[in-house]
Write a protein that binds this ligand. Structure first.
Ligand code: FES
Length: 147
C-alpha cells in the first residue's frame, strides 16, 4: 500500500525537531483527523533556507510527507520553496494512497505558514504566497466525506 520511500521517511524521518529563534514558524492542523504539523525555518540574508525542522502529531503519511518536504526545501530560496507543492512531495515519495493525499497538504500549508511568518517579521511580501490557513479544511464547503 505504501511505497518504500514513504515507509523509509516514516520510520526514519529527516529534520525532526525545532529551531531556536527561527526566521519563521508555521503551524497547521487538520480538524477532521486532529493531526497537527509545525515547521521551523532558518532563512539567511540571501533568502535561502539554511535549515528546516518539523514536528508532527500526525499519521504516518503526515510524518513521511513532512520529512520529504523538509528535504525538498532545504537549501532552496524562499521562492523556490513555494514551488514545493504537496504534489511534488508525493511524487518524490513515489505516491500516496488516495485516502492519504490530504495528509500531504499539511506539509505544504505549514511551509507556507512559516514563510508567511518570516515575511511578516521582516516586513516583506513574498510574491505568490497567500495568507495561510490554520486548518487545511478552512473555507471548504461543509460536505460529507468518507474516511
Ligand atoms: Fe490526519 Fe493523515 S490522517 S494527517
Amino acid at each position: 500500500m505504501y511505497s518504500e520511500k514513504v515507509m523509509d521517511h516514516f520510520q526514519n524521518p529527516r529534520n525532526v525537531g525545532e529551531i531556536e529563534n527561527p526566521s519563521g514558524v508555521g503551524t497547521v492542523g487538520n480538524a477532521k483527523c486532529g493531526d497537527i504539523m509545525r515547521i521551523y525555518l532558518d532563512i539567511d540574508e540571501e533568502k535561502v533556507i539554511r535549515d528546516v525542522k518539523f514536528k508532527t502529531f500526525g499519521c504516518g503519511a503526515a510524518v513521511a510527507t513532512s520529512s520529504m518536504a523538509t528535504e525538498l526545501v532545504k537549501g532552496k530560496t524562499i521562492h523556490e520553496a513555494l514551488q514545493v507543492t504537496n504534489k511534488a512531495v508525493m511524487e518524490a515519495l513515489d505516491g500516496l494512497p488516495p485516502v492519504k493525499v490530504h495528509c500531504s497538504l499539511l506539509a505544504e500549508e505549514a511551509i507556507h505558514a512559516a514563510l508567511w511568518d518570516y515575511a511578516e517579521k521582516h516586513g516583506i511580501k513574498i510574491e505568490g504566497l497567500e495568507k495561510p490557513k490554520s486548518d487545511i479544511h478552512e473555507g471548504e464547503e461543509e460536505e460529507e466525506e468518507e474516511y
